[in-house]
Design a protein around this ligand. Structure first.
Ligand code: SF4
Length: 551
C-alpha cells in the first residue's frame, strides 16, 4: 500500500503567528539578532573558528578558548565539550556549563551516506587510538563519534582525517549536518535508484560554504532509493525517497519538515517528483527557503518543521517554486510502503553484481579504535575495500564474494560483532548518555548493553522485529518516539523512596510501516534496575494478546 500525505499528518496543531512580533525571519526584514545564538552567528561566521583553533587555541590550550567559540562556533567543526566524569544526573541543569564540562571534547566525524573506504575506517580507528583514548561510537546519523579529544590535538586529527578524504566540517551546528544516505546505495539488488551522485554533488557544492553556514538551526537531510527506506526520512528536515514515476521512471519523492525533540513531527510530502540530476538544485532551494524564512526568534521554534506546520505543504511548495526554484516541480506519486520492518541491512544480502554485503551489529553502536582497525583489516582480507554505517548504529561490509562470506562472518563473530544478532541486540539503540553528554540525566550505553544481555538470556527464542530506543534526557537523540519501546531517561523514586535512574516509557512508535509516534504511557516510569522485568512483561503481553499479524 502506498503511503499518503494524510498518513503522515502533523501531530502539531497549527499555531497563529503574531504578525507584528514576527519570528525573526530574514525574508520578512528581521535582521537584528533576537537571541544570543543569532548574535553569535552574526558576529562571526562560525566556520571561521577553524583558523583560531589552528593558530591560537591548539597552541595555548583549553583555557584560551573564547566561550562563544567553546560552546557555540566549535560545533560547526564537530566539536562539543564533554561532561566531567562523576557528576550525577541530578546536577544536570543545576550547574553552570563550566562546572559541568570537562576540558576534553567530543568529536564527530562527518560520514555522508555512511560511506567509508577501509582506508578511511582505519584512519578513524588510528585517530581514536592515538587521540581519543580508543573511543568510537557509531551514531544514529551514520557518523563516528569520539571522546576525550584535547584541543591541542585537533589540527593533527584534521590532518589525518583530511588526508583520506574525511572531515568534521559542519558535523554539528546550525548548518547542513551529515546527510544520511542509504548504506547500500549503488549496490543493492533491489534498489529503485542510487542517490549517491546527488549526495556527492550537494557535498561538493555546499558543505563548508558560507552560503548555508548560518541557518536558523540544524538542518538534516536524508536520501534513499532503497525499497526498505533505510534513512528515517520521516524525521529529517528534507528527504528524497526513491519512487518510480509512471511516465518519467525512477526519481525521488520530496518530503519536508520532519523532526523529533520539541513538538515531534513527521515529515510531509510535497507531492513533487524530482529526477536525480535535479536533486542538488531542489535541496539548495529548500535550504535557502529555510535560511530566509525559518524562524530565528526562539531556538525551540527554529526548526523547519514549525514553518511547514504554520504554512502547510501547499504554501511551502508554492513559495519554493516561485521564489527559490523559479519553476514548477513535477507532480509525482507516493513511495510504496517499505518492504520490511527491519531497515538496518544486518545479515548477508545479495548485491546486484553477484557479490554480497554483510551487515553486523555492535551493541548500541559502541565500538573502539582497535575494533575499527580490525574491521578494516578483516574486510580487506576478504577482498572488500568498502564499509558502511547505518542509522541503526550498525555497520556493513560490501563487495564480498560468495565463497568468502562464511569466513568473514566468522571473523566478525570472533570480534564480538554478530551477523545474526538476537532481536534485542539488533533492535536496541542508545544515545551518548551520562558518560559524556552534558545534558544527560541517566546512563544509556551501559544500561542498553546490560538490557540486551539480560533479555537474550531470558527470551532466547523471541525473534520478531522489536525496537528499544534509550535516551539519557528529554531530548530525542536516540529517536525514542519512533521505537516500539521508547525510554526517556529521568530521575525517579524507587520503592524505598530513594532517587534513582529510571525511564519514562513511550510505547508503539514506528517508522516505515505504520509510521507514527509512540504514546507516552501516563504515569509509567520504570527504574533502570526494573527495566529487564518491564520489557519482558511487555513482550509477554504482546505475545499473549496480539491479533493475527499485529506488529
Ligand atoms: Fe545527550 Fe539527551 Fe541527546 Fe542523550 S538524548 S545524547 S542525553 S542530549
Amino acid at each position: 500500500m502506498a503511503s499518503s500525505p494524510e498518513k503522515t499528518a502533523t501531530a502539531t496543531p497549527r499555531r497563529k503567528v503574531g504578525r507584528h512580533r514576527g519570528e525573526g525571519q530574514w525574508a520578512m526584514g528581521h535582521h537584528t539578532p533576537l537571541n544570543g545564538n543569532e548574535q553569535l552567528k552574526k558576529d562571526d561566521d562560525s566556520l571561521n573558528v577553524r583558523t583560531r583553533i589552528e593558530t591560537i587555541y591548539s597552541k595555548r590550550g583549553f583555557d584560551s578558548i573564547d566561550p562563544n567559540d567553546l560552546r557555540g562556533r566549535m560545533r560547526w567543526w564537530g566539536l562539543y565539550t564533554q561532561r566531567k566524569p562523576g557528576i550525577d544526573g541530578g546536577k544536570t541543569g543545576a550547574l553552570e556549563p563550566e562546572e559541568l564540562e570537562d576540558k576534553f571534547f567530543m568529536m564527530r566525524t562527518r560520514i555522508d551516506g555512511g560511506r567509508l573506504t577501509t582506508a578511511q575506517l582505519r584512519a578513524i580507528g588510528e585517530v581514536s587510538q592515538q587521540y581519543a583514548r580508543g573511543s568510537a561510537d557509531i551514531t544514529d546519523r551514520q557518523n563516528v563519534q569520539m571522546h576525550w579529544v584535547r584541543i591541542e590535538d585537533v589540527p593533527a586529527i584534521w590532518e589525518k582525517l583530511e588526508a583520506v578524504g574525511l572531515s568534521t566540517t559542519e558535523a554539528c551546528g546550525d548548518c547542513p549536518r551529515t546527510m544520511i544516505g542509504s548504506p547500500v546505495a549503488g549496490i543493492a539488488a533491489d534498489e529503485i535508484i542510487d542517490g549517491t551522485p546527488a549526495l556527492e554533488e550537494i557535498h561538493a557544492r555546499h558543505i563548508g560554504s558560507k552560503e548555508f553556514s548560518n541557518l536558523p538551526r540544524k538542518f538534516k537531510t536524508a536520501i534513499s532509493g532503497s525499497p526498505v527506506q533505510d534513512v528515517v526520512h520521516e524525521i529529517n528536515d528534507i528527504s528524497f525517497v526513491g519512487v518510480v514515476h509512471p511516465e518519467h521512471g525512477p526519481g525521488f519523492d520530496l518530503w519536508v519538515g520532519g523532526g523529533l525533540s520539541t513538538n515531534p513531527r513527521l515529515a510531509e510530502r510535497l507531492g513533487a517528483w524530482v529526477p536525480l540530476d535535479e536533486v542538488p538544485d531542489v535541496w539548495a532551494a529548500v535550504t535557502s527557503l529555510f535560511r530566509d524564512y525559518g524562524y530565528r526568534r526562539l531556538r525551540n521554534r527554529a526548526r523547519l518543521k514549525f514553518l511547514v506546520a504554520d504554512w502547510g505543504v501547499a504554501k511551502f511548495r508554492q513559495v519554493l517554486e516561485d521564489e527559490f526554484l523559479r519553476r514548477p516541480l513535477l507532480d509525482g506519486p507516493a513511495p510504496e510502503e517499505p518492504v520490511s520492518r527491519w531497515r538496518d541491512h544486518v545479515g548477508v544480502h545479495p548485491q546486484r553484481d553477484g557479490r554480497f554485503y554483510v551487515g553486523f551489529a555492535p551493541r548500541v553502536g559502541r565500538l573502539d579504535g582497535t575494533a575499527l582497525t580490525k574491521i578494516a583489516e578483516l574486510a580487506e582480507e576478504h577482498g572488500s575495500h568498502r564499509v558502511r554505517t547505518t542509522v541503526e548504529q550498525k555497520m556493513i561490509i560490501l563487495d564480498v564474494e560468495q565463497d568468502r562470506v562464511d569466513s568473514l562472518s566468522a571473523g566478525l563473530e570472533a570480534l564480538g560483532l554478530q551477523v545474526k544478532p538476537s532481536t534485542f541486540r539488533r533492535g536496541t539503540m542508545a544515545c551518548t548518555g551520562i558518560e559524556f553528554c552534558k545534558l544527560a540525566i541517566v546512563d544509556t550505553k551501559g544500561r542498553g548493553a546490560s538490557l540486551i544481555e539480560e533479555l537474550e538470556r531470558r527470551l532466547p527464542d523471541f525473534d520478531e522485529p522489536l525496537t528499544i530506543n534509550i535516551n539519557g534526557c528529554p531530548n530525542a537523540c536516540a529517536r525514542i518516539q519512533t521505537a516500539d519501546i521508547g525510554l526517556k531517561g529521568q530521575l525517579m523514586l524507587d520503592a524505598d523512596g530513594n532517587s534513582v535512574e529510571g525511564f519514562q516509557v513511550h510505547l508503539g512508535g514506528a517508522l516505515g510501516l505504520d509510521a507514527g509516534f509512540g504514546r507516552k504511557v501516563r504515569g509509567l516510569k520504570v527504574t533502570s534496575e526494573e527495566l529487564p522485568d518491564y520489557v519482558e512483561r511487555v513482550i509477554g503481553h504482546y505475545l499473549e494478546e496480539r491479533e493475527e499479524n499485529e506488529r
